[in-house]
Design a protein around this ligand. Structure first.
Ligand code: GLA
Length: 541
Protein backbone atom coordinates (compact mmCIF):
# COMPACT_ATOMS: atom_id res chain seq x y z
CA UNK A 1 0.00 0.00 0.00
CA UNK A 2 2.78 2.31 0.96
CA UNK A 3 4.57 1.63 -2.30
CA UNK A 4 1.36 2.14 -4.34
CA UNK A 5 0.80 5.45 -2.64
CA UNK A 6 4.29 6.55 -3.54
CA UNK A 7 3.76 5.40 -7.09
CA UNK A 8 0.52 7.35 -7.47
CA UNK A 9 2.36 10.51 -6.53
CA UNK A 10 5.05 10.18 -9.16
CA UNK A 11 5.50 9.77 -12.89
CA UNK A 12 6.80 6.23 -12.27
CA UNK A 13 3.16 5.23 -12.03
CA UNK A 14 2.81 5.53 -15.81
CA UNK A 15 5.70 3.10 -16.28
CA UNK A 16 4.08 0.58 -13.92
CA UNK A 17 0.75 0.86 -15.69
CA UNK A 18 2.56 0.33 -18.95
CA UNK A 19 4.40 -2.68 -17.52
CA UNK A 20 1.02 -4.21 -16.78
CA UNK A 21 -0.05 -3.86 -20.40
CA UNK A 22 0.08 -7.20 -22.18
CA UNK A 23 1.77 -5.69 -25.21
CA UNK A 24 4.91 -7.56 -26.21
CA UNK A 25 6.21 -11.00 -26.93
CA UNK A 26 5.66 -13.79 -24.40
CA UNK A 27 7.21 -17.23 -24.48
CA UNK A 28 6.39 -20.47 -22.65
CA UNK A 29 7.90 -23.92 -22.59
CA UNK A 30 5.41 -26.40 -24.07
CA UNK A 31 6.49 -29.86 -22.94
CA UNK A 32 7.86 -31.30 -19.71
CA UNK A 33 10.20 -33.52 -21.71
CA UNK A 34 11.38 -31.15 -24.44
CA UNK A 35 12.96 -28.11 -22.88
CA UNK A 36 13.71 -26.40 -26.20
CA UNK A 37 10.17 -26.30 -27.43
CA UNK A 38 8.39 -23.00 -26.95
CA UNK A 39 5.12 -21.35 -27.80
CA UNK A 40 5.03 -17.57 -28.28
CA UNK A 41 2.27 -15.02 -28.01
CA UNK A 42 2.82 -11.69 -29.76
CA UNK A 43 0.27 -9.33 -28.22
CA UNK A 44 -0.83 -5.77 -28.68
CA UNK A 45 -3.17 -4.44 -26.00
CA UNK A 46 -5.21 -1.31 -26.61
CA UNK A 47 -7.61 -0.68 -23.76
CA UNK A 48 -9.58 -3.85 -23.24
CA UNK A 49 -8.84 -5.19 -26.72
CA UNK A 50 -5.95 -7.47 -27.63
CA UNK A 51 -4.72 -8.30 -31.12
CA UNK A 52 -1.64 -10.20 -32.31
CA UNK A 53 -0.83 -13.81 -32.96
CA UNK A 54 0.13 -17.16 -31.51
CA UNK A 55 3.30 -18.75 -32.78
CA UNK A 56 4.09 -22.39 -32.32
CA UNK A 57 7.55 -23.52 -33.32
CA UNK A 58 7.79 -24.11 -37.05
CA UNK A 59 4.23 -22.96 -37.58
CA UNK A 60 3.09 -19.84 -39.33
CA UNK A 61 1.74 -17.35 -36.81
CA UNK A 62 -2.00 -17.66 -36.33
CA UNK A 63 -3.90 -14.44 -35.75
CA UNK A 64 -5.68 -14.03 -32.44
CA UNK A 65 -9.39 -13.33 -32.69
CA UNK A 66 -11.82 -11.76 -30.21
CA UNK A 67 -8.95 -10.83 -27.88
CA UNK A 68 -10.33 -9.17 -24.73
CA UNK A 69 -8.87 -8.14 -21.38
CA UNK A 70 -10.99 -8.24 -18.27
CA UNK A 71 -9.06 -7.42 -15.09
CA UNK A 72 -6.08 -9.78 -15.01
CA UNK A 73 -7.64 -12.19 -17.51
CA UNK A 74 -7.18 -12.20 -21.26
CA UNK A 75 -9.34 -14.35 -23.52
CA UNK A 76 -8.95 -14.97 -27.24
CA UNK A 77 -9.60 -17.59 -29.86
CA UNK A 78 -7.55 -19.18 -32.61
CA UNK A 79 -8.86 -20.77 -35.79
CA UNK A 80 -6.82 -23.61 -37.25
CA UNK A 81 -7.55 -25.23 -40.60
CA UNK A 82 -10.01 -28.12 -40.28
CA UNK A 83 -9.21 -31.62 -41.47
CA UNK A 84 -12.42 -32.12 -43.40
CA UNK A 85 -14.89 -34.93 -43.17
CA UNK A 86 -14.57 -38.23 -44.98
CA UNK A 87 -15.99 -37.92 -48.49
CA UNK A 88 -16.56 -34.17 -48.06
CA UNK A 89 -17.07 -32.13 -51.19
CA UNK A 90 -16.57 -28.74 -49.61
CA UNK A 91 -13.43 -27.35 -47.98
CA UNK A 92 -13.20 -28.22 -44.28
CA UNK A 93 -14.48 -25.61 -41.82
CA UNK A 94 -11.78 -24.15 -39.55
CA UNK A 95 -11.61 -25.44 -36.01
CA UNK A 96 -11.82 -22.78 -33.29
CA UNK A 97 -10.10 -23.08 -29.93
CA UNK A 98 -10.79 -20.66 -27.07
CA UNK A 99 -7.95 -19.72 -24.74
CA UNK A 100 -7.86 -17.92 -21.43
CA UNK A 101 -4.79 -16.62 -19.59
CA UNK A 102 -4.33 -14.82 -16.29
CA UNK A 103 -1.60 -12.33 -15.44
CA UNK A 104 -0.02 -13.44 -12.16
CA UNK A 105 2.80 -11.11 -11.17
CA UNK A 106 5.01 -10.94 -14.24
CA UNK A 107 3.83 -14.32 -15.63
CA UNK A 108 0.94 -14.97 -17.94
CA UNK A 109 -0.58 -18.35 -17.07
CA UNK A 110 -2.50 -19.88 -19.98
CA UNK A 111 -4.75 -22.88 -19.42
CA UNK A 112 -5.04 -25.23 -22.38
CA UNK A 113 -8.58 -26.25 -23.22
CA UNK A 114 -7.61 -29.95 -23.37
CA UNK A 115 -4.89 -31.69 -21.42
CA UNK A 116 -3.77 -33.69 -24.45
CA UNK A 117 -3.71 -37.43 -25.05
CA UNK A 118 -2.16 -39.60 -22.37
CA UNK A 119 -0.99 -36.51 -20.51
CA UNK A 120 1.00 -35.88 -23.67
CA UNK A 121 3.87 -34.32 -21.78
CA UNK A 122 2.29 -30.89 -22.35
CA UNK A 123 2.64 -28.32 -19.60
CA UNK A 124 -0.75 -27.04 -18.52
CA UNK A 125 -1.19 -24.26 -17.57
CA UNK A 126 1.62 -22.87 -19.68
CA UNK A 127 3.70 -20.23 -17.96
CA UNK A 128 4.52 -17.33 -20.29
CA UNK A 129 7.39 -14.96 -19.58
CA UNK A 130 7.66 -11.63 -21.38
CA UNK A 131 10.73 -11.47 -23.61
CA UNK A 132 10.02 -8.06 -25.17
CA UNK A 133 7.64 -5.15 -24.71
CA UNK A 134 7.58 -4.20 -28.39
CA UNK A 135 4.22 -4.30 -30.16
CA UNK A 136 4.18 -7.12 -32.72
CA UNK A 137 4.56 -6.32 -36.39
CA UNK A 138 2.09 -7.53 -38.97
CA UNK A 139 2.07 -11.22 -39.78
CA UNK A 140 3.91 -11.97 -43.01
CA UNK A 141 1.39 -12.59 -45.80
CA UNK A 142 0.63 -16.28 -46.37
CA UNK A 143 1.94 -17.51 -49.71
CA UNK A 144 -0.75 -18.61 -52.17
CA UNK A 145 -1.90 -22.20 -51.68
CA UNK A 146 -0.43 -24.78 -54.04
CA UNK A 147 -2.44 -27.00 -56.41
CA UNK A 148 -0.74 -30.09 -57.84
CA UNK A 149 -2.14 -31.35 -61.11
CA UNK A 150 -0.49 -34.71 -61.81
CA UNK A 151 2.00 -37.31 -60.61
CA UNK A 152 3.66 -40.46 -61.83
CA UNK A 153 2.31 -43.53 -60.03
CA UNK A 154 4.82 -44.92 -57.54
CA UNK A 155 5.96 -48.50 -58.09
CA UNK A 156 5.11 -51.11 -55.43
CA UNK A 157 7.90 -51.39 -52.85
CA UNK A 158 7.35 -55.12 -52.27
CA UNK A 159 6.45 -54.63 -48.58
CA UNK A 160 3.32 -55.37 -46.51
CA UNK A 161 2.46 -58.73 -48.04
CA UNK A 162 0.47 -59.03 -44.81
CA UNK A 163 -0.62 -56.12 -42.55
CA UNK A 164 2.15 -54.58 -40.43
CA UNK A 165 2.52 -55.61 -36.78
CA UNK A 166 4.32 -53.57 -34.17
CA UNK A 167 3.97 -50.75 -31.65
CA UNK A 168 3.45 -47.00 -31.99
CA UNK A 169 4.16 -44.36 -29.35
CA UNK A 170 1.20 -42.02 -29.83
CA UNK A 171 -1.77 -43.65 -28.09
CA UNK A 172 0.02 -43.97 -24.75
CA UNK A 173 2.81 -41.39 -24.78
CA UNK A 174 1.82 -38.69 -27.28
CA UNK A 175 4.31 -35.81 -26.89
CA UNK A 176 6.07 -37.41 -23.92
CA UNK A 177 7.85 -40.18 -25.84
CA UNK A 178 11.64 -40.40 -25.47
CA UNK A 179 14.57 -42.47 -26.72
CA UNK A 180 14.51 -44.37 -23.43
CA UNK A 181 10.83 -45.34 -23.86
CA UNK A 182 11.48 -46.56 -27.39
CA UNK A 183 14.41 -48.72 -26.27
CA UNK A 184 12.25 -50.05 -23.44
CA UNK A 185 9.50 -51.02 -25.88
CA UNK A 186 12.03 -52.82 -28.09
CA UNK A 187 13.38 -54.71 -25.06
CA UNK A 188 9.85 -55.66 -24.01
CA UNK A 189 8.69 -56.71 -27.47
CA UNK A 190 11.78 -58.83 -28.04
CA UNK A 191 11.36 -60.72 -24.78
CA UNK A 192 7.65 -60.86 -23.84
CA UNK A 193 6.42 -63.09 -26.65
CA UNK A 194 5.27 -60.30 -28.99
CA UNK A 195 8.21 -60.66 -31.35
CA UNK A 196 7.60 -64.41 -31.45
CA UNK A 197 3.94 -63.69 -32.26
CA UNK A 198 4.98 -61.62 -35.30
CA UNK A 199 5.31 -58.05 -34.01
CA UNK A 200 8.19 -56.30 -35.77
CA UNK A 201 7.95 -52.50 -35.91
CA UNK A 202 8.73 -50.09 -33.08
CA UNK A 203 7.32 -46.82 -34.39
CA UNK A 204 8.05 -43.34 -33.07
CA UNK A 205 5.08 -41.06 -33.75
CA UNK A 206 5.02 -37.26 -33.58
CA UNK A 207 7.29 -34.99 -31.45
CA UNK A 208 10.77 -36.40 -32.20
CA UNK A 209 11.67 -33.60 -34.63
CA UNK A 210 13.94 -30.57 -34.20
CA UNK A 211 14.81 -28.09 -36.94
CA UNK A 212 17.13 -28.57 -39.93
CA UNK A 213 20.88 -28.20 -40.21
CA UNK A 214 22.53 -25.70 -42.58
CA UNK A 215 22.13 -28.11 -45.50
CA UNK A 216 18.44 -28.62 -44.73
CA UNK A 217 18.70 -32.10 -43.20
CA UNK A 218 16.10 -32.75 -40.50
CA UNK A 219 17.48 -33.24 -36.97
CA UNK A 220 16.00 -34.96 -33.93
CA UNK A 221 15.33 -33.02 -30.72
CA UNK A 222 16.76 -33.50 -27.25
CA UNK A 223 14.37 -36.37 -26.48
CA UNK A 224 16.12 -38.36 -29.20
CA UNK A 225 19.84 -37.53 -28.95
CA UNK A 226 21.03 -40.05 -31.54
CA UNK A 227 18.58 -41.51 -34.02
CA UNK A 228 21.13 -43.73 -35.73
CA UNK A 229 22.17 -45.28 -32.41
CA UNK A 230 18.51 -45.80 -31.52
CA UNK A 231 17.76 -47.49 -34.85
CA UNK A 232 20.84 -49.69 -34.41
CA UNK A 233 19.62 -50.65 -30.95
CA UNK A 234 16.14 -51.61 -32.18
CA UNK A 235 17.69 -53.57 -35.06
CA UNK A 236 19.98 -55.37 -32.61
CA UNK A 237 16.84 -56.79 -31.03
CA UNK A 238 15.81 -58.28 -34.37
CA UNK A 239 13.11 -55.61 -34.79
CA UNK A 240 12.46 -52.75 -37.21
CA UNK A 241 11.95 -49.08 -36.43
CA UNK A 242 9.51 -46.45 -37.70
CA UNK A 243 9.32 -42.67 -37.81
CA UNK A 244 6.68 -39.98 -38.49
CA UNK A 245 6.28 -36.80 -40.55
CA UNK A 246 3.80 -34.72 -42.55
CA UNK A 247 3.59 -33.55 -46.18
CA UNK A 248 3.01 -30.07 -44.74
CA UNK A 249 5.57 -27.71 -43.18
CA UNK A 250 4.86 -28.96 -39.66
CA UNK A 251 3.31 -31.98 -37.98
CA UNK A 252 0.01 -32.24 -36.14
CA UNK A 253 1.83 -31.43 -32.90
CA UNK A 254 3.52 -28.44 -34.58
CA UNK A 255 6.98 -29.92 -35.15
CA UNK A 256 9.14 -29.57 -38.28
CA UNK A 257 7.85 -31.64 -41.21
CA UNK A 258 8.68 -32.52 -44.80
CA UNK A 259 7.13 -29.87 -47.08
CA UNK A 260 9.67 -29.14 -49.84
CA UNK A 261 12.18 -31.44 -48.10
CA UNK A 262 10.70 -34.79 -49.10
CA UNK A 263 13.81 -36.19 -50.80
CA UNK A 264 16.14 -34.99 -48.04
CA UNK A 265 13.90 -36.40 -45.32
CA UNK A 266 13.60 -39.79 -46.98
CA UNK A 267 17.41 -39.84 -47.27
CA UNK A 268 17.81 -38.92 -43.64
CA UNK A 269 15.42 -41.67 -42.51
CA UNK A 270 17.42 -44.11 -44.63
CA UNK A 271 20.74 -42.78 -43.24
CA UNK A 272 19.48 -43.28 -39.72
CA UNK A 273 18.19 -46.78 -40.56
CA UNK A 274 14.42 -46.33 -40.41
CA UNK A 275 12.13 -48.94 -41.91
CA UNK A 276 8.67 -47.33 -41.69
CA UNK A 277 7.19 -43.86 -42.17
CA UNK A 278 3.76 -42.64 -41.02
CA UNK A 279 2.97 -39.55 -43.06
CA UNK A 280 0.24 -37.39 -41.56
CA UNK A 281 -1.61 -34.73 -43.63
CA UNK A 282 -2.23 -32.15 -40.87
CA UNK A 283 -0.57 -28.84 -41.77
CA UNK A 284 -0.44 -29.77 -45.46
CA UNK A 285 -3.89 -28.17 -45.50
CA UNK A 286 -2.20 -24.81 -44.83
CA UNK A 287 0.01 -24.95 -47.93
CA UNK A 288 -2.02 -26.98 -50.43
CA UNK A 289 -5.24 -25.59 -51.90
CA UNK A 290 -8.36 -27.15 -50.44
CA UNK A 291 -10.54 -26.63 -53.49
CA UNK A 292 -12.96 -29.59 -53.68
CA UNK A 293 -12.36 -29.86 -57.43
CA UNK A 294 -8.60 -30.31 -57.10
CA UNK A 295 -7.84 -31.46 -53.56
CA UNK A 296 -7.90 -35.18 -54.36
CA UNK A 297 -5.24 -34.87 -57.09
CA UNK A 298 -3.24 -32.41 -54.99
CA UNK A 299 -3.27 -34.74 -52.02
CA UNK A 300 -2.34 -37.75 -54.12
CA UNK A 301 0.57 -35.92 -55.72
CA UNK A 302 1.77 -34.66 -52.32
CA UNK A 303 1.80 -38.24 -51.01
CA UNK A 304 3.40 -39.53 -54.22
CA UNK A 305 6.33 -37.10 -53.72
CA UNK A 306 7.22 -38.90 -50.50
CA UNK A 307 6.30 -42.34 -51.89
CA UNK A 308 8.80 -41.78 -54.68
CA UNK A 309 11.42 -40.33 -52.33
CA UNK A 310 11.18 -43.37 -50.05
CA UNK A 311 11.45 -45.73 -53.00
CA UNK A 312 14.70 -44.04 -54.03
CA UNK A 313 16.06 -43.56 -50.52
CA UNK A 314 18.32 -46.59 -50.69
CA UNK A 315 16.33 -48.41 -48.01
CA UNK A 316 13.06 -50.34 -47.98
CA UNK A 317 10.73 -48.07 -46.03
CA UNK A 318 7.12 -49.03 -45.34
CA UNK A 319 4.82 -46.13 -46.27
CA UNK A 320 1.81 -45.48 -44.01
CA UNK A 321 -0.61 -42.77 -45.17
CA UNK A 322 -2.54 -40.81 -42.58
CA UNK A 323 -5.11 -38.45 -44.06
CA UNK A 324 -8.12 -39.75 -42.16
CA UNK A 325 -9.78 -41.44 -45.15
CA UNK A 326 -10.34 -38.28 -47.18
CA UNK A 327 -10.78 -38.16 -50.95
CA UNK A 328 -11.54 -41.87 -51.42
CA UNK A 329 -8.01 -42.82 -50.40
CA UNK A 330 -8.71 -46.52 -50.97
CA UNK A 331 -8.93 -45.89 -54.72
CA UNK A 332 -5.45 -44.32 -54.92
CA UNK A 333 -3.50 -45.15 -51.75
CA UNK A 334 -1.49 -47.92 -53.43
CA UNK A 335 -0.82 -45.73 -56.51
CA UNK A 336 1.11 -43.19 -54.42
CA UNK A 337 3.21 -45.97 -52.89
CA UNK A 338 1.08 -46.45 -49.76
CA UNK A 339 1.24 -49.77 -47.93
CA UNK A 340 -1.44 -48.72 -45.45
CA UNK A 341 -3.86 -45.81 -45.25
CA UNK A 342 -5.89 -44.48 -42.36
CA UNK A 343 -9.62 -44.54 -42.98
CA UNK A 344 -10.91 -42.29 -40.18
CA UNK A 345 -10.04 -39.70 -37.58
CA UNK A 346 -8.17 -40.67 -34.41
CA UNK A 347 -9.23 -43.57 -32.24
CA UNK A 348 -9.63 -43.05 -28.49
CA UNK A 349 -9.35 -45.65 -25.72
CA UNK A 350 -13.12 -45.83 -25.34
CA UNK A 351 -15.75 -48.37 -26.37
CA UNK A 352 -17.82 -45.82 -28.34
CA UNK A 353 -14.78 -44.66 -30.31
CA UNK A 354 -13.66 -48.20 -31.14
CA UNK A 355 -17.20 -49.21 -32.17
CA UNK A 356 -17.69 -46.08 -34.26
CA UNK A 357 -14.42 -46.60 -36.11
CA UNK A 358 -14.32 -50.39 -36.30
CA UNK A 359 -17.95 -51.30 -36.86
CA UNK A 360 -19.22 -47.96 -38.11
CA UNK A 361 -16.70 -46.77 -40.67
CA UNK A 362 -14.97 -49.77 -42.22
CA UNK A 363 -17.81 -51.60 -43.93
CA UNK A 364 -17.53 -51.23 -47.69
CA UNK A 365 -13.79 -50.64 -47.77
CA UNK A 366 -12.83 -54.31 -48.09
CA UNK A 367 -12.44 -54.09 -51.86
CA UNK A 368 -9.45 -51.74 -51.49
CA UNK A 369 -7.39 -53.99 -49.20
CA UNK A 370 -5.03 -56.74 -50.28
CA UNK A 371 -1.40 -57.86 -50.10
CA UNK A 372 0.84 -54.78 -50.27
CA UNK A 373 -1.80 -52.22 -49.30
CA UNK A 374 -4.28 -52.19 -46.41
CA UNK A 375 -7.02 -50.13 -44.80
CA UNK A 376 -5.99 -48.70 -41.43
CA UNK A 377 -8.76 -48.24 -38.85
CA UNK A 378 -6.05 -46.70 -36.59
CA UNK A 379 -3.79 -48.16 -33.95
CA UNK A 380 -4.76 -50.44 -31.10
CA UNK A 381 -5.84 -49.10 -27.72
CA UNK A 382 -5.64 -52.53 -26.08
CA UNK A 383 -4.28 -52.25 -22.55
CA UNK A 384 -4.60 -48.48 -22.18
CA UNK A 385 -7.12 -48.94 -19.41
CA UNK A 386 -10.46 -47.48 -20.48
CA UNK A 387 -12.12 -50.56 -21.96
CA UNK A 388 -12.83 -53.91 -20.33
CA UNK A 389 -10.85 -57.05 -21.18
CA UNK A 390 -13.90 -58.29 -23.10
CA UNK A 391 -14.01 -55.04 -25.10
CA UNK A 392 -10.29 -55.22 -25.88
CA UNK A 393 -10.82 -58.79 -27.13
CA UNK A 394 -13.57 -57.45 -29.41
CA UNK A 395 -11.19 -54.68 -30.61
CA UNK A 396 -8.46 -57.22 -31.42
CA UNK A 397 -10.85 -59.66 -33.12
CA UNK A 398 -12.38 -57.02 -35.34
CA UNK A 399 -9.02 -55.54 -36.33
CA UNK A 400 -7.77 -59.02 -37.27
CA UNK A 401 -10.86 -59.72 -39.33
CA UNK A 402 -10.46 -56.32 -41.04
CA UNK A 403 -6.84 -57.11 -42.08
CA UNK A 404 -5.83 -54.03 -40.10
CA UNK A 405 -2.31 -53.16 -39.08
CA UNK A 406 -1.76 -54.43 -35.53
CA UNK A 407 0.13 -51.58 -33.93
CA UNK A 408 -0.09 -51.91 -30.17
CA UNK A 409 -0.50 -48.53 -28.47
CA UNK A 410 0.06 -49.39 -24.81
CA UNK A 411 3.10 -49.47 -22.53
CA UNK A 412 4.63 -52.86 -23.35
CA UNK A 413 6.91 -52.67 -20.32
CA UNK A 414 3.96 -52.80 -17.98
CA UNK A 415 1.15 -55.02 -19.15
CA UNK A 416 -1.36 -57.22 -17.35
CA UNK A 417 -1.15 -60.90 -18.38
CA UNK A 418 -4.63 -60.81 -19.92
CA UNK A 419 -3.61 -57.89 -22.14
CA UNK A 420 -0.47 -59.67 -23.33
CA UNK A 421 -2.58 -62.76 -24.00
CA UNK A 422 -4.95 -60.68 -26.19
CA UNK A 423 -2.09 -59.12 -28.12
CA UNK A 424 -0.28 -62.42 -28.66
CA UNK A 425 -3.07 -64.91 -29.37
CA UNK A 426 -1.51 -66.71 -32.31
CA UNK A 427 -4.69 -68.18 -33.76
CA UNK A 428 -6.38 -64.76 -33.86
CA UNK A 429 -3.27 -63.08 -35.28
CA UNK A 430 -3.11 -65.78 -37.96
CA UNK A 431 -6.42 -64.45 -39.29
CA UNK A 432 -4.99 -60.93 -39.64
CA UNK A 433 -1.84 -62.30 -41.25
CA UNK A 434 -3.57 -64.78 -43.57
CA UNK A 435 -1.75 -64.89 -46.90
CA UNK A 436 -4.92 -64.56 -48.97
CA UNK A 437 -5.26 -61.04 -47.56
CA UNK A 438 -9.04 -60.77 -47.90
CA UNK A 439 -10.57 -58.26 -45.50
CA UNK A 440 -13.74 -59.48 -43.77
CA UNK A 441 -17.19 -58.49 -44.95
CA UNK A 442 -20.09 -57.90 -42.61
CA UNK A 443 -22.39 -60.74 -43.63
CA UNK A 444 -25.05 -60.20 -40.98
CA UNK A 445 -26.92 -58.03 -40.95
CA UNK A 446 -26.23 -57.74 -44.67
CA UNK A 447 -25.22 -54.32 -45.94
CA UNK A 448 -28.34 -52.99 -47.75
CA UNK A 449 -27.89 -52.40 -51.48
CA UNK A 450 -28.52 -48.64 -51.28
CA UNK A 451 -25.99 -48.39 -48.49
CA UNK A 452 -23.49 -50.43 -50.49
CA UNK A 453 -23.87 -47.91 -53.33
CA UNK A 454 -23.25 -45.01 -50.98
CA UNK A 455 -20.28 -46.82 -49.54
CA UNK A 456 -18.66 -47.39 -52.88
CA UNK A 457 -19.22 -43.77 -53.90
CA UNK A 458 -18.07 -42.29 -50.62
CA UNK A 459 -15.66 -44.95 -49.41
CA UNK A 460 -17.25 -46.00 -46.20
CA UNK A 461 -19.90 -44.37 -44.09
CA UNK A 462 -21.02 -44.44 -40.55
CA UNK A 463 -23.19 -47.44 -39.89
CA UNK A 464 -23.00 -49.76 -36.95
CA UNK A 465 -25.43 -52.35 -38.38
CA UNK A 466 -27.14 -53.03 -35.06
CA UNK A 467 -26.18 -54.90 -31.90
CA UNK A 468 -25.50 -58.40 -33.23
CA UNK A 469 -23.08 -58.61 -36.14
CA UNK A 470 -21.25 -61.34 -38.00
CA UNK A 471 -18.08 -60.68 -40.00
CA UNK A 472 -16.53 -63.33 -42.22
CA UNK A 473 -13.39 -63.64 -44.32
CA UNK A 474 -12.13 -66.47 -46.49
CA UNK A 475 -8.69 -67.86 -45.62
CA UNK A 476 -5.87 -69.15 -47.79
CA UNK A 477 -6.47 -72.78 -46.72
CA UNK A 478 -10.08 -72.70 -47.91
CA UNK A 479 -11.54 -72.17 -44.43
CA UNK A 480 -13.27 -69.08 -43.07
CA UNK A 481 -12.62 -66.86 -40.06
CA UNK A 482 -15.81 -65.58 -38.52
CA UNK A 483 -16.48 -63.11 -35.71
CA UNK A 484 -19.79 -63.24 -33.85
CA UNK A 485 -20.09 -59.87 -32.11
CA UNK A 486 -22.51 -58.66 -29.46
CA UNK A 487 -22.49 -54.88 -29.04
CA UNK A 488 -25.51 -54.89 -26.72
CA UNK A 489 -25.60 -54.48 -22.95
CA UNK A 490 -26.58 -58.11 -22.19
CA UNK A 491 -25.44 -61.59 -23.22
CA UNK A 492 -27.09 -62.58 -26.51
CA UNK A 493 -27.22 -65.51 -28.88
CA UNK A 494 -25.51 -64.74 -32.19
CA UNK A 495 -25.81 -67.01 -35.21
CA UNK A 496 -23.51 -67.31 -38.23
CA UNK A 497 -25.43 -68.87 -41.09
CA UNK A 498 -23.47 -70.87 -43.66
CA UNK A 499 -25.64 -69.33 -46.40
CA UNK A 500 -24.41 -65.84 -45.37
CA UNK A 501 -20.81 -67.05 -45.43
CA UNK A 502 -21.19 -68.80 -48.77
CA UNK A 503 -20.62 -72.41 -47.65
CA UNK A 504 -22.78 -75.53 -47.32
CA UNK A 505 -23.04 -78.73 -45.27
CA UNK A 506 -21.08 -79.81 -42.24
CA UNK A 507 -17.82 -78.12 -41.20
CA UNK A 508 -15.50 -78.41 -38.24
CA UNK A 509 -15.49 -75.31 -36.01
CA UNK A 510 -12.66 -74.13 -33.77
CA UNK A 511 -12.81 -71.39 -31.13
CA UNK A 512 -9.77 -69.19 -31.84
CA UNK A 513 -9.65 -67.41 -28.48
CA UNK A 514 -10.05 -70.60 -26.47
CA UNK A 515 -7.92 -72.76 -28.80
CA UNK A 516 -10.66 -75.38 -28.62
CA UNK A 517 -12.23 -77.61 -31.27
CA UNK A 518 -15.99 -77.34 -31.01
CA UNK A 519 -16.89 -80.28 -33.28
CA UNK A 520 -18.72 -80.03 -36.58
CA UNK A 521 -21.71 -77.77 -37.28
CA UNK A 522 -24.22 -78.03 -40.09
CA UNK A 523 -25.78 -75.03 -41.81
CA UNK A 524 -25.04 -72.60 -39.00
CA UNK A 525 -23.17 -71.98 -35.78
CA UNK A 526 -24.62 -70.20 -32.75
CA UNK A 527 -23.03 -69.01 -29.55
CA UNK A 528 -24.03 -67.08 -26.45
CA UNK A 529 -21.83 -64.02 -26.69
CA UNK A 530 -21.22 -61.81 -23.64
CA UNK A 531 -22.13 -58.13 -23.70
CA UNK A 532 -19.59 -56.12 -25.76
CA UNK A 533 -17.89 -59.43 -26.51
CA UNK A 534 -17.06 -61.75 -29.33
CA UNK A 535 -16.80 -65.42 -30.20
CA UNK A 536 -14.25 -65.82 -32.96
CA UNK A 537 -14.17 -69.08 -34.85
CA UNK A 538 -12.49 -70.74 -37.76
CA UNK A 539 -14.74 -72.85 -39.97
CA UNK A 540 -12.66 -75.53 -41.66
CA UNK A 541 -12.83 -76.06 -45.42
C1 GLA B 1 -2.76 -37.11 -35.85
C2 GLA B 1 -2.77 -38.60 -36.16
C3 GLA B 1 -2.44 -39.37 -34.89
C4 GLA B 1 -1.08 -38.93 -34.36
C5 GLA B 1 -1.07 -37.42 -34.15
C6 GLA B 1 0.32 -36.91 -33.83
O1 GLA B 1 -3.78 -36.76 -34.96
O2 GLA B 1 -4.00 -38.99 -36.69
O3 GLA B 1 -2.46 -40.76 -35.14
O4 GLA B 1 -0.09 -39.30 -35.29
O5 GLA B 1 -1.51 -36.73 -35.31
O6 GLA B 1 0.36 -35.52 -33.68
Amino acid sequence: MKWLGFCAATLACAAVANAQSLTGRWEARMYTVDEGRKMALALNQQGSTVTGYMLQPNAQGIAIQNGAVNGATVTFSIERPGRGARGATTPPAPVRTDYSAVLQGDKLMMTLPTAGRGGGGMINPMEFTRVSTAAPGALPPTPPRVTLTSYTPVAYDGLAKTPPMGWNSWNKFAGAVTDKDVRGMADAMASNGMKAAGYTYINIDDTWEAGRDASGMIQSNSKFPNMKALADYVHSKGLKIGIYSSPGPFTCAGYEASYNHEVQDAKQYANWGFDYLKYDWCSASTVYANDPATISMTQQAAYAKMGDALLHSGRKIFFSLCQYGQNDVGTWGAKVGGNLWRTTGDIRDAWDSMVNIGFGQQVGREKFAGPGHWNDPDMLEIGNGHMTTEEYRTHMSLWCLLSAGLLAGNDLRDMKPEILEILTNKEVIAVDQDKLGKQAVRVSPPVPADEAATISAKEGRSTTGGDLQVFSRPLADGGHAVGLFNLSAATAKVTAKWSDIGIKGSHKVRDLWKHADLGASTNEFSADVPSHGVVMIKIAK
